[in-house]
Design a protein around this ligand. Structure first.
Ligand code: ADP
Ligand code: MG
Length: 379
């Protein structure tokens, strides 16, 4: 059951005996196209989804933040004056965000409230960024701070990098902070320029969780990054973002075979992502789907970050007549695929794809039909 504002208000009122002063939400996300392009200074095209982390709160007149997590059934509190890292857990995302905002020069005030979310944890929809941006939104509304989405996203990323210790890029926090209903956001990972791009009408985005997870992803990820840097050096540019496909074709011979394929993925994926934004502006859903299918083949064959489960999921999805295109999404080796589907076929697509996938793999998938929503907001 998706969470709504009324749920948070009711929960808060039960605990505190009065309604909350504010309710905020910050969404999870799915990336439509542009995979493994972020650390090459390239383009990504995520959308904020209608699954979010919510906080209902009221101000306190001391410098304490006290939060009840409905999902963990646990209350945690901390002082804004004596922030210290504790043992890993959900409250570290809140503490880290408070720490980061203070590092960024913001004056914060205490508050208390209820936190609840419906972004599945660890599924690749970035529940952690949703917690960070919901916390930032709560701190901002209580402390009367200006809400500048991009600046807040950078502080959220810093919390995740430096407090929680997860080395993520900027995409997840940026889309959670700055998403727009019915739009995806084209992000230039070099300049951080944001361009909202309308979703074509009559389509749904369906997230297909393979229910498989890969532990040893870090080494493969670092290896890919190294190969991309080596390729950029050979081309004599700061990042693969600076190489066009035509240039690649002219001088690819000087690269060894593996590096050539890695570079080809990044270079073509960047071009596909920019093109995806163009065709979306024209409302061309069929072409958008085709680009997604191409993205998957490139990730599977050139970048080699797919998996059997992801490939099977994409095959099952593509076999449905309502599907315009499907691909793995996220870093790969497990996790989620996504599909662009004709809206009227979405429910049938979800049911049939799940059944087909389960029959072929024995894994029970989770399927989420998603709408594009606003980024972090007071509701
Ligand atoms: P994801 O891919 O979903 O971002 P992470 O491992 O990065 O996975 O983040 C998941 C963590 O974020 C959880 O272990 C928890 O600490 C925190 N978190 C996410 N959603 C919630 C929630 N609804 N309530 C409390 N903490 C949450
Ligand atoms: Mg995360």
């Amino acid at each position: 059951m998706p969470i709504e504002k009324a749920d948070l208000v009711a929960h808060f009122t039960r605990r505190f005996g009065e309604p909350p002063r504010w309710v905020v939400r910050a969404p999870g996300r799915v990336n439509l196209i542009g995979e493994h392009t972020d650390y090459n200074d390239g383009f990504v095209l995520p959308m904020a989804i209608d699954r979010a982390v919510w906080i209902a709160l009221r101000p306190r007149n001391d410098r304490t933040v006290a939060v009840y997590s409905a999902d963990y059934d646990e209350t945690s509190e901390f002082s804004l004056d004596t922030l210290q890292r504790g043992k890993a857990g959900w409250v570290e995302y809140l503490k880290g965000t408070a720490w980061s905002l203070q590092q960024g020069g913001h004056r914060l005030v205490g508050w208390e409230g209820v936190l609840a979310g419906d972004v599945p944890l660890g599924a690749g929809l970035s529940s952690s960024a949703a917690v960070e941006m919901a916390t930032a939104r709560a701190l901002a509304v209580a402390g009367l701070l200006d809400w500048k989405p991009a600046a807040m996203a950078k502080l959220g990323q810093r919390a995740e990098n430096q407090w929680v210790g997860v080395n993520c890029g900027i995409m997840d926090q940026l889309i959670s902070a700055a998403g727009r209903a019915d739009h995806a956001l084209l992000i230039d990972c070099r300049s951080l320029a944001l361009t909202p791009v309308p979703l074509p009408s009559g389509v749904a985005v369906v997230v297909l969780d393979t229910s498989t997870r890969r532990g040893l992803i870090d080494s493969a990820y670092n290896e890919r990054r190294g190969q991309c840097e080596a390729a950029a050096r050979q081309f004599g540019v700061p990042a693969l973002r600076d190489v066009t496909f035509a240039e690649f074709q002219r001088s690819a011979k000087s690269l060894d075979e593996v590096t050539r394929r890695r570079a080809r993925h990044v270079i073509t994926e960047n071009e596909r992502t920019v093109r995806a934004a163009e065709v979306m502006r024209r409302g061309d859903a069929a072409e958008l789907g085709r680009l997604m299918a191409e993205s998957h083949r490139s990730l599977r064959d050139d970048y080699e970050v797919s998996s059997k489960a992801l490939d099977v999921m994409v095959e099952c999805a593509t076999a449905h007549e309502g599907c315009l295109g499907a691909r793995m999404t996220g870093a790969g080796f497990g996790g989620c695929a996504m599909a662009l589907v004709r809206a009227e076929a979405a429910q049938d697509f979800a049911a049939k794809t799940a059944t087909a996938y389960e029959r072929k793999t024995g894994n029970k998938p989770a399927v989420y039909v998603c709408r594009a929503t606003n980024g972090a907001e007071v509701v």
